[in-house]
Design a protein around this ligand. Structure first.
Ligand SMILES: NC(=O)c1ccc[n+]([C@@H]2O[C@H](COP(=O)([O-])OP(=O)(O)OC[C@H]3O[C@@H](n4cnc5c(N)ncnc54)[C@H](O)[C@@H]3O)[C@@H](O)[C@H]2O)c1
Length: 335
């Protein structure tokens, strides 16, 4: 690697995941070389297939295991996206969730602090917990349910990541930015870990019922991943953003029932929409929140934010991506 590319090399943890692969692709399009660390627990190598492999170095390991081998390598920026993610995964594997999220973030903070490399940590709107205040602003109180419900372990583990990152900023002068991502959607996202939109689209394409958990009146805001990854480099490259938390996402609310209708209409599907009680979907004691909408004032004032993709466009792009993959699988398995 020559010295120019060293200057422009970015490290992306979780880079084979849904958001990480879009971010890696975007960074490469901006002239960077990208080093990805990903253990492929929920990510897929296939997500990076469209990238010119000369611009990419892929390391298939846990973040904390891979970092010692990268000692001395210079990075322009580090993006930490590796995490245990997805409502279903979090409920079914709470030990894995808590340990992964806290251990790997701690490791990347220590690594970045050694050479004060600008670091962006992907946090989540889940950190707000079940706060009923809307829209949600970065300095609002967070409100969690009892520890007996493992659902909150994801929120708490990500909140610990934020505390730790802010502590590194205060005590070690690490230029770190926290992006609290709201629901991010787009091609390559998979439904198997509990993500609602790819689950609906896969069901609509297969003419299966779209299963809406609860009464469907709970609202969320969905932002296209391609709009999200465009803003992350701008946040981390602005020194004024360091030591701060930023909401990142869309602030246009839609109920989950309406989302199911929109998927059907956008894809011309005849699938039935079926309500499933939370207890049936996630076991007893599942605690959900009614509304989750970000206040984007801080983000807009800092770096500006004007999403380009409508939700209908995103739905069509996800469907096209799924159909594309299905045809590749069908071709590969045909005699
Ligand atoms: N998708 C969303 O709507 C959303 C919303 C809020 C926050 N986020 C955050 O964005 C980040 C990326 O999420 P995503 O939706 O792309 O999920 P994802 O599961 O597709 O990506 C996570 C990636 O991290 C990898 N990974 C997990 N543990 C690892 C470890 N110990 N070492 C190395 N790699 C590991 C996985 O294999 C996967 O590729 C996460 O930090 C998540 O908390 C996502």
């Amino acid at each position: 690697m020559n010295s120019r590319s060293k200057q422009r090399t970015c490290l992306v943890t979780g880079g084979a995941g849904f958001i990480g692969s879009h971010l890696s692709q975007y960074l490469i399009s901006q002239g960077h070389h990208v080093v990805v660390i990903d253990n492929l627990s929920t990510g897929r190598l296939d997500n990076l297939a469209g990238i010119d492999q000369r611009d990419l170095t892929f390391i298939e390991r846990n973040v904390s295991d891979a970092l010692p081998d990268l000692d001395g390598q210079e990075f322009a920026v580090i993006y930490h996206l590796a995490a245990a993610v997805g409502v279903r995964l979090v409920i079914e594997q709470p030990i894995h969730t808590i340990e992964t999220n806290v251990r790997e973030t701690s490791a990347i903070l220590e690594f970045a602090a050694a050479s004060k490399v600008p670091l962006l940590i992907a946090s989540t709107s889940e950190v707000y917990g079940k706060s009923t205040k809307t829209p949600m602003s970065e300095d609002d109180d967070v409100v969690y349910g009892p520890t007996i419900f493992s659902r909150w372990s994801y929120a708490c583990s990500k909140a610990i990541d934020e505390y730790l990152a802010l502590a590194y900023y205060q005590q070690k002068d690490l230029p770190v930015v926290i992006a609290r991502l709201f629901n991010t959607v787009g091609p390559r996202q998979v439904g198997e870990y509990g993500m609602v939109l790819p689950r609906f689209i896969a069901a609509a394409l297969a003419s299966r019922p779209l299963e809406v958990y609860g009464d469907g009146k709970q609202t969320r805001c969905f932002c296209d991943v391609r709009d999200v990854v465009d803003v992350l480099p701008r946040l981390v490259s602005d020194p004024a953003c360091c030591g701060h938390v930023f909401n990142v996402g869309s602030d246009e609310s839609i109920s989950i029932g309406q989302l199911a209708e929109m998927v059907k209409t956008s894809l011309g599907s005849q699938s039935e929409i079926r309500s499933i009680p939370y207890d049936e979907a996630f076991g007893s004691g599942f605690d959900d929140l009614r509304d989750r909408r970000p206040d984007l004032t801080r983000l807009c004032q800092a770096v500006g934010f004007s999403p380009r993709y409508t939700l209908e466009q995103t739905i069509r792009d996800i469907a096209a991506d799924m159909m594309d993959k299905d045809s590749v699988v069908a071709e590969a398995s045909s005699p």
